[in-house]
Design a protein. Structure first.
Length: 195
């Protein structure tokens, strides 16, 4: 019996008598054909599948971080965003009647962007009170991250919004996604600033 599995852009074809062997794909250009156990941690470095941290020439912690990030990105599409972007995050919530809860807000910070423990902080004003929610980017509880408006600010952390009037960090709960113009990401202009 002959079967094929596509995992992380790699095509594995095998029969019932043999172990899976990867065929080169566009993600593995120049990779040597070898047995790869898809359940064990691995990292693709310069087109080669590395099954150990010594082979990848990194520390063990970096190797495990990268392999966990790869596995999480296969289950969840994580879009590009930065501080100043408007996001909608849906996560599973066992205490909610629908089983999930969502929060819409402006991203005021991102931390450790390329590691398993990376977090981002959203801020919005609900019933006249500033509310901030911190999410782990690679948490299995997150079901969907949607970028409603991609913007950038002049600062990497927008903690100054805590001291500004509430209208500067208010986002409508039912905000519709706005298309980003092609080219460079637009810089947010202050309200009332000259064009």
């Amino acid at each position: 019996m002959h079967s094929m599995i596509i995992f992380l852009g790699t095509v594995y074809s095998f029969s019932s008598e043999t172990t899976p062997t990867p065929e080169p794909s566009r993600f593995m250009q120049g990779a040597a054909s070898r047995d790869v156990d898809v359940t064990s941690p691995y990292v693709i470095v310069q087109g080669n599948v590395c099954a150990s941290h010594k082979e990848a020439k990194t520390s063990l912690l970096d190797f495990l971080n990268k392999s966990d990030v790869i596995k999480r990105r296969t289950n969840l599409h994580i879009p590009f965003f930065m501080a100043g972007s408007y996001l909608s995050v849906t996560k599973s919530d066992p205490h909610s009647p629908s089983g999930e809860s969502s929060f819409v807000g402006i991203c005021i910070s991102r931390r450790k962007c390329k590691q398993v423990g990376s977090t981002f902080l959203l801020r919005n004003v609900i019933n006249g009170i500033g509310v901030e929610m911190m999410y782990e980017l690679y948490s299995p509880a997150i079901k969907e991250i949607k970028v409603l408006k991609l913007e950038r600010r002049r600062r990497a952390k927008l903690y100054y919004l805590r001291d500004k009037p509430l209208k500067y960090s208010t986002v409508k709960e039912k905000m519709e996604p706005v298309e980003t113009p092609k080219g460079p990401i637009p810089v947010h202009r202050r309200r009332g600033a000259p064009a």
